[in-house]
Ligand binder design. Structure first.
Ligand code: AMP
Length: 402
C-alpha cells in the first residue's frame, strides 16, 4: 500500500511517499520557489537510511501543476519506478489548513469538497488557496487516485462551545464563522497517540497537554484523545509567541496600531504575522540564533526566550486546571524536540503541581522520543518527535479502507 502525502504552500510543495505495509518512507522531497525563476526540487530516496540518495534539480516550475508533474516523473520513470502506475497509489493525502465548520472530518476530495475548501479561503487566505492548488494539480495528474483532504483544524472540532466562542456579538459567529478553530491538529493527534503507546495507557483514559513548539507554536489540552482546549484561535496568529507571529495580545491593539501609526488593515496584519514574535522582540526568528545571542549576553534574545517559556508555563497551568487531572505533558516540533533549555525553563517551579523534570534526561533528549521527568513525578513529561505526514498517511489509509 503506497500513499503519497502532499503539503502544498503558496510557492512550495513538500511530498513524502509512504510504503504503509512496511511503515517506511520511500522518498521525500521539496519543490521551492514555484512561479519564480530560480525554482528547484530536492528529492531524497530512502531518507534517513544507509542507502539515502539525494537529487537536486533546478528547473522552471511555473505552477503547482508543473511541480506535481515533476514529482510524478520522479516516482514513475526509470528502470525501477517507485510507483509502477497511478493505480499503484492507494491515495494522495493533502494537508489543508482550514476546514472551518464545513469539515468536521477528513474526507475524500470531490467537487463539493473543493467548493467547501474554497469557501473557507476567507478564514485562511494565505493557506487554503495554496492547499487547493496542490489538490487540483494532483487530481489533474492522478485522476484515478483518491485525493484525501486532512484538515489542520479537524482535531479541535470537539472543543466545547464555551472554549471555542469569542465574547463577540452572536452574528459574528453565526454569519461570519468567527470562532476559535485551532491548528497543528495533525501533530497534536499524532503525538497524543504516540504518548498513549509509550505510556502503555489506553487513549480513552489519558489526560495530556501537547506543546507543539516550532516556528509556529500551539498548546492543546487533550482528554481521552479529544481536544478540549487549544491556544491557537480563529487564525494561527493567536497563542504563544512564535518565530514572527505575535501570539496573544490585547484585542484592541490592532485598532490602536491602525490609528496611531496610520496603518492599513494589511499593514497591521503584516506586523502581527511577519514582524512580531521573536523577530519583533530581538530581531531573530530562529531559536538556535536566539541561544547563540543569549550566550553573548544579548538581553533582547534573553527576553524572547523568557517570553516563550513564560507563555508555555501559563498555558500548562491553565490547561491543567481545564483537565482537572493531568497524566502527561509532551513536547514536540523543532523547539519542543530539541531545546532542553526551553523545556527546563517552562517547567521550572511546577514541582508543587506534580511536574518534576529529570534534568539529566532532559539535557540528553534531542530529536528522539524519551521520558524526561523523574520516576517520582506524578505527571510524566515526554519528548515525542512529531510526524504530521505519517499521521496524514494514516488518516488516508483509514478513510480509504472505510
Ligand atoms: P519547526 O517549525 O518545527 O521546523 O521548528 C523550527 C524551530 O525549531 C526554529 O525556531 C528552530 O530554531 C528550532 N530548532 C530546530 N532545531 C533546534 C535545535 N537543535 N535547538 C533549538 N531549536 C531548534
Amino acid at each position: 500500500m503506497k500513499i503519497l502525502v502532499i503539503n502544498s504552500g503558496s510557492s512550495s510543495l513538500k511530498y513524502k511517499l509512504f510504503d504503509m505495509t512496511r511503515a517506511r518512507v520511500i522518498c521525500s522531497g521539496l519543490a521551492e520557489r514555484i512561479g519564480d525563476k530560480g525554482a528547484c526540487l530536492a528529492h531524497t530516496l530512502n531518507p534517513g537510511t544507509e542507502s539515502e540518495k539525494k537529487i537536486r534539480m533546478t528547473r522552471a516550475l511555473e505552477s503547482h501543476t508543473q511541480a506535481i508533474e515533476m514529482v510524478a516523473r520522479l516516482l514513475m520513470e526509470g528502470d525501477n519506478p517507485l510507483v509502477s502506475s497511478p493505480e499503484d497509489l492507494t491515495a494522495i493525502g493533502h494537508r489543508v489548513a482550514q476546514g472551518g465548520e464545513t469539515f468536521k472530518e477528513n474526507c475524500i476530495v470531490d467537487d463539493v469538497v473543493i467548493r467547501g475548501i474554497r469557501e473557507n479561503i476567507v478564514l485562511a487566505p494565505l493557506h487554503n488557496p495554496a492547499n487547493l492548488a496542490g489538490i487540483q494539480a494532483a487530481i489533474e495528474r492522478f485522476p484515478s487516485v483518491p485525493s484525501v483532504a486532512v484538515f489542520d483544524t479537524q482535531f479541535s472540532k470537539d472543543l466545547p462551545d464555551y472554549a471555542f466562542r469569542y465574547a463577540l456579538p452572536e452574528a459574528f459567529y453565526k454569519t461570519h464563522k468567527v470562532r476559535r478553530y485551532g491548528f497543528h491538529g495533525t501533530s497534536h493527534r499524532f503525538v497524543t497517540r504516540q504518548l498513549a503507546g509509550l505510556m502503555d495507557k489506553p487513549l480513552a483514559r489519558l489526560n495530556n497537554i501537547v506543546c507543539h513548539l516550532g516556528n509556529g507554536s500551539s498548546v492543546t489540552a487533550v482528554q481521552g484523545g479529544i481536544c478540549r482546549e487549544t491556544s491557537m484561535g480563529m487564525t494561527p496568529t493567536a497563542g504563544l509567541i512564535m518565530g514572527t507571529r505575535c501570539g496573544d495580545i490585547d484585542p484592541s491593539l490592532p485598532c490602536y496600531l491602525a490609528k496611531s501609526m496610520n496603518q492599513s488593515v494589511e499593514g497591521v496584519q503584516n506586523i502581527l504575522d511577519r514582524e512580531s514574535g521573536f523577530a519583533g522582540i530581538c530581531g531573530m526568528g530562529d531559536m538556535r540564533d536566539i541561544h547563540k545571542a543569549i550566550a553573548t549576553g544579548d538581553d533582547r534574545a534573553r527576553l524572547a526566550f523568557e517570553m516563550l517559556c513564560h507563555g508555555i508555563k501559563k498555558y500548562i497551568g491553565a490547561y491543567f486546571a481545564v483537565l482537572g487531572r493531568l497524566d502527561a505533558i509532551a513536547f514536540t516540533a523543532g523547539i519542543g524536540e530539541n531545546d532542553a533549555a526551553v523545556r527546563a525553563k517552562s517547567l521550572e517551579g511546577l514541582e508543587p503541581m506534580g511536574i518534576v523534570l529529570d534534568s539529566r534526561a532532559n539535557a540528553a533528549t534531542r530529536g528522539k522520543s524519551g521520558l524526561i521527568s523523574t520516576k517520582y513525578s506524578p505527571v510524566q513529561v515526554w519528548v515525542i518527535p512529531t510526524n504530521e505526514e505519517l499521521e496524514i498517511a494514516n488518516a488516508c489509509k483509514a478513510l480509504v479502507a472505510s
